[in-house]
Design a protein around this ligand. Structure first.
Ligand code: 3HC
Length: 694
């Protein structure tokens, strides 16, 4: 776990302590114990003049072992903060040789050292905020004393890692070296001989080193960016302590705030999502993945363009197909404009953009797709259109090419049936904007081969997506659930709410945007078309809200037409409540014989979120999702569900399934058939189990 290697450099001895805990060198209780023992041995050894701390492979140390949080193992001595204090106060210089990734408690360990050397490819950061906690082993107290308050605020509140070069520039590391262990040994001995100053931290308060408004501004920004999350605010409070308290007092404060956060629901939810994302990426097959060297994208509209950008951003050549020169030009123009925005924000240089654009080959002819390994069709959402395209692709593409559709609802099996290769057909449902949103629903058809799934999962990870395996049904996981969510939103309008009230309640719950604003953004015509398709088979006795249809009949399709549930000023996405819509809702309610009433935020949240939970339970039972945590990933990564609530299933577990079931039963009695409790929910609630037990 921790290896001790004694090196002779000239006539001086240096002990190199190397942490070795695969896969990511996290520092759990066993590593702490081993490191404590090795450190004590090196400190007691008179032949050792200096000590170097390093890691193994690509990882220096990725931080505390998150799996041990909230377990008795966190209490096994030495605690990480005790180890760091031992390092900090050691009578011999201790230098960190940061050989790769140093995150969280790993970086905090280096902050107790007397010098830091990083490899050229090292990544250094304090990402605790993403897990709903704060750096709890001194990071909030030592980092501002090393790099200054503004840089520390940025590193800790954003949680994004720095490159070695950035760490050098802000003074976090002393040197960047090709061989960090060798450089760290040299630096440690120089400190020992008094030739270089130790970077030991001055424990005095920093004083008023920044203008008073810096913290106010940081709080306001964090509130806006991480609405509802408490960890960023706690991080800021801890950093603020460094101004007027000494190190020891600050460390005690930090330890208390860490304890508060780590025991709270938000951190548990965020850690659940951390592990759920990694679990979702695992397939229930060991089939080999094939290499994808180039991809055809059919359609250069919003989705096709975003998909093409995701691919070329990862260096994968794309053949972008359209039916007309005009459509192709328009699509490429939008791609260029998007890259231009990224360039202005400093995300890409012009050279990087040019290299990406050079990977896109324009095409008006199916024969250009003869050699691609995969085609992703992102054409108009219509079964006949898709069937025609797939029949042509089947003719044009090489025999082993994979054919994927980006449909958000349609039956993959029906599409696969028009080809001679149903085993190589599947769904790849991207989310808009496809170059930004990380979720990818990978839809397995009845005959999709395991190797095809493995290939697409590997490609998804290569282009930075979180793939989630789902089965075929109307809307797969995400949109099948969202139909129930928006249905309740429409009913709530008829029963007494305004659009702003429904959206406001859900935003206060933490959703990135409310359901009606989301409809306006997606375009009301799309769900209108789906409702028209379903009209023939919709049972007449079921309640149906005409609000959305009436809005569409007025030609209001959402943001793209300047009005929908709200109205929008030209060029703005800010929804403005519209009295015309309030009147229309009241009229629909009157026609349906509904007496409007006062509705609380609590009811709005329960009606919409429990509608998601009830349908999700059916989805798990039907085998459309592999596991409940996959549904949480879909909703957090694709639908703006608050990460700090852990997704709909985790949220239901947190509320308690018996309570959720009781409320659903009340809704069933009051609102009828839609609220029939899902059998799986009943079974779990009545046997005292949770979704996470499945
Ligand atoms: N603790 C426990 N397990 C961890 C872990 C950690 N800190 N970091 C990663 N793992 C596990 C993952 O769950 C995964 O397990 P699995 O194979 O069973 O699914 C395995 O290690 C590999 O992880 P990835 O698939 O994420 O590997 P990558 O190479 O893609 O990424 C990484 C590596 C960048 C280190 C990424 O895993 C990561 O970001 N980890 C979390 C880092 C972090 O948040 N550190 C702070 C911890 S909190 C802390 O230190 C508190 C302190 O302030 C007191």
């Amino acid at each position: 776990m921790v290896h001790l290697d004694l090196r002779k450099i000239g006539d001086a001895g240096v002990a190199v302590l190397r942490m070795d805990n695969p896969p990511v060198n996290s520092i759990g209780s066993q590593v702490r114990v081993a490191l404590g023992e090795r450190l004590a041995a090196a400190l007691a050894d008179d032949t050792v003049q200096a000590i170097v701390l390093t890691g193994t492979g690509k990882f220096f140390c990725s931080g505390a072992d998150i799996r041990e949080f909230n377990t008795p193992k966190t209490q096994i001595r030495p605690l990480l903060r005790e180890l760091i204090a031992t390092v900090e106060t050691a009578g011999k210089p201790i230098v960190a040789a940061i050989n790769g990734t140093a995150l969280g408690g790993g970086l905090e360990l280096t902050l107790g050292c007397h010098g830091r050397v990083a490899s050229e490819d090292a990544k250094l950061g304090l990402p605790e905020v993403k897990l709903g906690v704060l750096p709890g082993a001194g990071g909030t107290q030592r980092l501002p004393r090393v790099v200054g308050v503004p840089a520390a605020l940025n590193i800790i509140v954003e949680g994004e890692p720095l490159t070695a070069q950035q760490a050098l520039e802000c003074g976090l590391v002393d040197e960047v070296a090709a061989d960090p262990v060798e450089a760290a040994c040299r630096l440690a001995l120089e400190i020992r001989r008094g030739e270089r100053a130790s970077r030991a931290i001055d424990p005095a308060p920093l004083g008023d080193v920044v203008p008073a408004n810096v913290f106010e501004e940081a709080r306001r920004n964090a509130q806006r960016r991480y609405r509802g999350c408490i960890a960023p605010q706690e991080c800021i409070a801890c950093i603020e302590k460094t101004l007027h308290t000494d190190l020891q007092t600050g460390l005690t404060f930090e330890a208390e705030r860490f304890k508060f956060l780590v025991e709270g629901d938000q951190s548990k939810a965020q850690r659940h999502i951390f592990f759920a994302e990694r679990k979702a990426a695992k397939l229930p097959t060991s089939a080999p993945a094939a290499e994808v060297r180039s991809v055809g994208v059919i359609g250069a509209g919003t989705m096709g363009g975003g998909i093409a950008m995701s691919l070329v951003n990862a260096g994968i050549p794309v053949v972008l197909f359209e039916q007309s020169e005009e459509a192709l030009q328009r699509g490429l123009g939008v791609i260029q404009k998007n890259y231009e925005v990224s360039r202005k924000r400093g995300r890409f240089t012009q050279e990087e953009i040019d290299a990406r654009l050079a990977l896109i080959r324009r095409s008006l002819d199916y024969s250009d797709l003869a050699d691609v390994d995969l085609v992703i069709e992102a054409a108009f959402e219509d079964m006949q259109v898709k069937k025609d395209i797939f029949a042509k692709l089947d003719q044009a593409c090489k025999k082993d090419a994979i054919l994927a559709t980006n449909t958000s609802r349609l039956d993959i099996n029906e599409i696969a049936a028009v080809t001679s290769r149903p085993a190589q057909v599947l769904g790849m449902h991207f989310f808009s904007p496809a170059n930004v949103m990380r979720l990818l629903e990978v839809v397995k058809g009845a005959r999709t081969a395991d190797t095809v799934l493995a290939t697409v999962f590997r490609l998804a990870q290569r282009i930075g997506k979180i793939p989630v395996l789902v089965g075929v049904c109307d809307g797969f996981v995400g949109n099948r659930m969202v139909s129930h969510y928006t249905r309740e939103a429409y009913f709530l309008l008829e029963e007494g709410c305004t659009p702003a009230q429904v959206d406001g309640a859900l935003r206060r719950f933490g959703m990135a945007m409310g359901p009606l604003q989301m409809q306006d953004m997606a375009g009301l015509d799309i769900s209108w078309a789906a409702r028209k398709r379903q009209a023939a088979t919709r049972p007449a006795h079921l309640r149906y809200s005409k609000v959305a249809d009436r809005i569409c009949e007025m030609g209001r399709f959402g943001q793209k037409t300047g009005s929908g549930f709200y109205r929008y000023e030209a060029g703005s996405r800010e929804p403005i409540p519209d009295p015309e819509i309030d009147a229309l809702i009241a009229q629909c309610a009157a026609e349906a014989g509904i007496t409007r009433r006062e509705i609380s935020d609590e009811e709005i949240v329960a009606r919409t979120i429990y509608a998601l939970v009830n349908e999700a339970a059916r989805i798990v039972q039907d085998g459309i999702a592999q596991r409940p945590s996959d549904i949480d990933v879909v909703y957090v990564a694709g639908y703006g569900f608050p990460m700090f609530r852990g997704g709909p299933m985790f949220y239901a577990d947190t509320v308690g399934l018996p309570k959720v079931l009781e409320t659903i039963r009340q809704f069933h009695a009051e609102h009828g058939q839609y609220w029939e409790p899902a059998p799986l929910l009943v079974e779990l609630a009545e046997s005292g189990r949770r979704f996470s037990d499945l």
